[in-house]
Design a protein around this ligand. Structure first.
Ligand code: ADP
Length: 559
């Protein structure tokens, strides 16, 4: 009987499923799901094989032993399926080693009752066709109830667990259910629903084989799921199986050789293959491992990135709140000092006036710093508001130059204004924001110049208006020119010359100008050769309409 097509089919399938179960176990024998899957594979295989041999062996005493084995392994199957389901849903009890052992001891007790007592099976009878039938003992009903309810309990756990699981983690649950339901459906179909049809069918053998082997689906589907979702290396599995098949064929070929030289050649081929396929499997394994490591790294990075963004947000929020609190008293101080200097509180002696002027200047610097910090936090939170209105650029720039004339004079520097011969058309801009940018540029040009002075010019270039602030100051090294517009950037030369300064003015200015659809950049012929800062604003910008608008602002990250 071992040579029938059916028996070869039985052995091949059993062998491959055993391979699958062992592979899963071998990959990570500490993982509980893998352990219970291996247990399930063994018990189902013994159960299926004993059912097959029980029906197909003609030797009656041997067939009876297979029948007892069928009942005993059925009990193991029932408990192993429950344990597997509990492991899939990660039930907390399954971590306990005593609890896990119980899943082995309970079916073992049932097996003892089956093999050594007549309580469950009390002998057998033979029908006319010499087919063996069991005589049931007094506890058989209990046995039936146990082997039916225990797996059902497992299915219940999976269905219940499914509802609490995220969709992307449902794979193993669904595959396990699919395996169980398919095999139950086939058993029901072949043993209950279509019995009459199958009995008369010419494909009787195939149907009955299908019925006998359908429980193997319970291994096949979850096995696939474990490989796919838990180990993530189906590639390695495929490479190993492929190599194993090729090696088996090459190995068998050695024994069916016709002569000695052929044996030598085939043996050499086998060893060469063994070596090459070993390398192949190793390299696939390495690649998969690297991918897994990358995955872990990128997951960690994603978490870190989220945390950083959160911190950044909190930092901006903090700066914004702190700056608001600082600005109010500073404005008050400025007001009071102005009143004192104007003599509103009586005559101020010259010595105090001098000190008051110093306090006024320091207070002014602090106000600017707070204003810059506030602007940065607003830019980064995307909360800058623009009030666009038609504005004469020449008038705006002229006012600022007037404002700085005294400062330039005090430093012994010249400050001149050059306007175009033909007046420019009005520009749709937020005058306060552009004033802030230009005033910072003029302030910088006077701050970073020792001799000579500053020229501010307004001109039209094609469809844009340009404001150019050029000085005869310390200049900028070519490699620093673009970096100046990044947050908190100051050059070494300027730090030596003027200690105070935050490196925020140009960053804020760039954001303001770009929100107008314009550009800002710096030019310099090198250190001590002066600098030019150019703002370019379009005459017509269809994206901007008069009124208030929240222009999207771009956060610049420090490199
Ligand atoms: P702050 O002037 O407060 O340092 P800014 O953002 O306005 O901040 O300027 C950034 C840096 O750009 C300055 O620290 C300086 O190094 C450089 N810079 C700006 N304007 C000039 C200029 N006219 N000449 C030379 N360097 C300049």
């Amino acid at each position: 009987m071992f040579f029938t097509l059916g028996s070869i089919f039985v052995l091949v399938i059993s062998f491959f499923l055993l391979l699958l179960g062992s592979f899963v176990f071998y990959k990570d024998s500490k993982e509980h799901t893998n352990q219970s899957f291996f247990f399930l594979t063994i018990s189902i295989l013994i159960w299926t094989l004993s059912r097959y041999f029980e029906d197909n062996i003609s030797n009656v005493p041997l067939s009876y032993i297979f029948m007892l084995l069928d009942f005993a392994s059925g009990a193991f199957f029932a408990f192993s399926i429950l344990l597997f389901c509990l492991d899939i849903v990660k039930n907390r009890f399954t971590k306990n080693v005593f609890f896990r052992t119980a899943f082995f001891i309970l079916p073992a007790c049932l097996s003892i009752l089956i093999f050594w007592t007549p309580l469950i099976i009390d002998g057998y009878t033979l029908d006319e066709a010499n087919v063996i039938n069991p005589i049931y003992g007094s506890l058989e009903l209990l046995y039936d109830v146990i082997v039916l309810l225990v797996p059902l309990l497992g299915v219940g756990f999976i269905i219940f667990g499914l509802r609490k699981t995220k969709p992307e983690e449902r794979g193993p649950y669904l595959y396990s259910l699919l395996g169980i339901f398919l095999s139950v459906a086939i058993i029901l179909g072949t043993n209950v629903l279509f019995v009459d049809y199958i009995a008369t069918s010419s494909h009787y053998q195939i149907y009955s084989l299908l019925g006998t082997f359908s429980p193997l689906l319970i291994i096949l589907f979850p096995g696939y799921a474990i490989l796919r979702y838990r180990l993530f290396n189906t590639k390695v599995f495929a490479a190993e199986t492929f190599s194993f098949i090729i090696l088996s064929i090459t190995f068998v070929q050695i024994f069916v050789s016709d002569n000695f030289p052929q044996i030598i050649v085939r043996s050499l081929t086998f060893f060469a293959m063994f070596f090459m396929l070993g390398l192949f499997v190793k390299s696939v394994g390495r690649e998969v491992k690297r991918k897994e490591e990358l995955q872990v790294l990128s997951d960690k990075l994603a978490v870190a990135n989220e945390r950083l963004q959160q911190l950044d947000l909190e930092k901006s929020e903090f700066i914004s709140i702190a700056s608001h609190q600082l600005r109010t008293p500073l404005t008050a101080i400025k007001g009071y000092i102005s009143l004192v200097l104007e003599g509103s509180y009586g005559e101020v002696p010259a010595s105090i006036q001098d000190i008051m002027n110093k306090v006024y200047t320091v207070n002014d610097r602090l106000t600017h710093l707070v204003e810059d910090l506030l602007n940065v936090s607003r830019i980064e939170a995307g909360r800058i508001q623009y009030n666009f209105e038609p504005t004469h650029l020449e008038g705006l720039v002229g006012e600022l130059v007037d404002m700085f004339t005294l400062t330039a004079k005090n430093k012994g520097l010249s400050l001149s204004l050059k306007l175009p011969a033909k007046p420019l058309p009005e520009l749709l801009i937020d005058p306060n924001k552009i004033k802030e940018v230009v005033s910072n540029l003029i302030d910088n040009s006077l701050k970073y110049t020792k001799e000579g002075g500053t020229t501010v010019s307004v001109e039209a270039v094609k469809k844009t208006a340009r404001i150019i602030i050029s000085d005869t100051g310390i200049g900028i090294k070519p490699e620093n020119i673009t970096r100046l517009f990044e947050k908190f950037t100051r050059t070494k030369e300027t730090t030596k010359m003027v200690a105070s300064g935050t490196g925020l003015g140009l960053y804020v200015g760039k954001n303001f100008v770009e929100a107008h659809g314009g550009k800002i950049w710096a030019e310099s012929d090198g250190v001590d050769k002066g600098s030019r800062f150019i703002i370019e604003l379009p005459f017509v910008n269809s994206k901007i309409k008069a009124g208030t608008s929240d222009q999207p602002t771009r956060a610049v990250t420090l490199s």
